[in-house]
Design a protein around this ligand. Structure first.
Ligand SMILES: [Zn+2]
Length: 242
């Protein structure tokens, strides 16, 4: 039985007098009021409560080979056009997974994409490419981008004109990362050096939609460039000064 009060820190609600635990936006604290001092410090343990363990179980259905192959074909096309990375989102509807290509600016070392569009299903995560000799992993920049983006994030590495690639799949929940079993992505056939190809004959006849291709732009060679959204904006009319 816990005999110390637990206070939820909310705007306009006073913390009670005496010793208590305070659960706030930035974690759990303990407030101590002693004869010699008053202090609020982070609480590593809350006496009287059971311990909890970090855990994760993926409930999404497996990711089909054809959708992975579509992303891979699109990444190879973008590599051939610009020598660059690219990114797609994937969402889930009653008809299964669908891939969405957001507006994006790309180069060999990164992608900036517009994730603000509302899609006709639940967005489950992202897939992006690493090109040339760069393997599939979740770089510091990737981890920063994905920190507040709950879902499954897939990286396809060593994308070139070749068919083989490396793969890394991680899930993110509230900034915590969890590895996802390789079996979740279907159709993977190991080749050599930790690389895979996709067993998916249907991809031969699948043509990359034109609107996917049109949504990929190389980063402008302009020091004043702020965001890819600027690309589509018409130039501001110049004011004629007196
Ligand atoms: Zn990356």
């Amino acid at each position: 039985m816990i005999d110390v009060k637990i206070h939820l820190k909310k705007p306009g609600v006073k913390t009670p007098k005496g010793t208590c635990y305070v659960v706030a936006k930035n974690g759990a604290f303990i407030k101590r009021e002693e004869w010699w001092a008053r202090a609020i410090v982070p609480a590593k343990r809350i006496v009287g409560l059971d311990e909890e363990q970090t855990s994760f179980q993926l409930l999404l259905p497996p990711f089909p080979a054809l959708e992975l192959a579509k992303a891979h074909k699109f990444f190879r096309q973008t590599y051939i056009r610009f020598g660059s990375e690219a990114c797609v989102l994937f969402y889930h509807t009653v008809d299964g997974y669908k891939i969405h290509v957001p507006q994006q600016c790309v180069d060999a070392g990164g992608v900036e994409c517009d994730t603000s569009e509302v899609l006709p299903g639940d967005v489950c995560g992202s897939i992006h490419s690493h090109v040339g000799g760069v393997k599939a992993y979740h770089s510091i920049v990737d981890q920063q981008d994905e920190e507040y983006w709950d879902g499954v994030h897939i990286t396809l590495g060593v994308i070139t004109t070749r068919q083989d690639f490396s793969l890394s799949v991680q899930a993110v929940v509230n900034g915590h990362r969890f590895p996802v079993d390789m079996d979740w992505t279907q159709g993977l056939v190991p080749v050599k050096n930790g690389r895979f190809v996709i067993d998916c004959p249907e991809i031969e006849n699948w043509v990359i939609p034109e609107e996917w291709t049109e949504r990929v732009h190389p980063f402008p060679n302009d020091a004043n460039f702020i965001s890819f959204k600027e690309i589509k904006k018409p130039p501001k009319p110049r004011k004629e000064g007196p």
